[in-house]
Design a protein around this ligand. Structure first.
Ligand SMILES: Cc1cc2nc3c(=O)[nH]c(=O)nc-3n(C[C@H](O)[C@H](O)[C@H](O)COP(=O)(O)O)c2cc1C
Length: 218
């Protein structure tokens, strides 16, 4: 029963039946496994498969999570872009570690990745910033992300000023805006299965850069 104060979701249930995951099917390299699953998600998902929840820690070791857009993956790690003065950036300054969670509902798959987090190079941030639509480029200057503001008027006023300032000019990347790369030390691939007996495999990076792969109980 759902009242005004409570939400009773006890009967919201689903059966997972989209596929299974076996050790012998897995790539030895978790980056390749991720690429395979990402490509499946691109075909299967109604929404953008690059939505990813990123978690960071504050000084009280309180975790904070928020969604960002994955904008790159290379042999080193997972890249997203943000404001270097935002709350998450301040947390990353003190605790340069993070976790990412992807959930692709249509495939009943989740991937968790965690490790250290570092800024991407200025050149990489410049190159990505240059590809953004002009409105988003101006937006990066307008928003002092995570700061308290009086209302939307403040944003619109600043937006109008900046549009005037950069009229007929290339919008440069703000120095306080750029990318972070998560360098994974652990991956986990989760495939939903019937009766909650899901398939889970973790990859843990070893000192020699190989990956230990093991099945986990759901
Ligand atoms: C679908 C979606 C995509 C988002 N993508 C980004 C992004 O790529 N970069 C970003 O800084 N914030 C993005 N946001 C906003 C963040 O969730 C968050 O509100 C913002 O980064 C401030 O977080 P912080 O105060 O913890 O630093 C996105 C939000 C949603 C819902």
């Amino acid at each position: 029963m759902t009242s005004e104060k409570t939400m009773d979701l006890a009967n919201v249930r689903r059966q997972y039946e989209k596929g299974s995951l076996k050790l012998e099917q897995l790539h030895q390299d978790p980056f390749l496994q991720f690429r395979q699953w990402y490509s499946d998600a691109e075909s299967a998902c109604r929404f953008f498969p690059n939505n990813v929840v990123v978690s960071t820690l504050d000084d009280d070791l309180q975790p904070h999570s928020r969604t960002v857009l994955l904008k790159g993956l290379d042999e080193k790690g997972f890249v997203f872009y943000t404001n270097y003065q935002s709350r998450k950036a301040q947390q990353l300054k003190s605790h340069p570690r993070g976790a990412m969670t992807f959930f692709w509902e249509e495939l009943e798959r989740q991937v968790n990745v965690c490790g250290t987090m570092e800024r991407v190079s200025e050149a990489e941030s410049d190159a990505y910033f240059a590809t953004r639509p002009r409105g988003s480029q101006i937006g990066a200057w307008v928003s002092a992300q995570s700061s308290v503001i009086s209302g939307r008027e403040e944003l619109h006023r600043r937006q109008a000023e900046l549009e005037k300032q950069y009229l007929d000019k290339t919008v440069p990347r703000p120095p306080h805006w750029g990318g972070y790369r998560l360098l994974p030390q652990r991956f986990e691939f989760w495939q939903g299965q019937a009766d909650r007996l899901h398939d889970r495999f973790e990859y843990i990076r070893q000192d020699d850069a190989s990956w230990l792969i093991q099945r986990l109980s759901p």
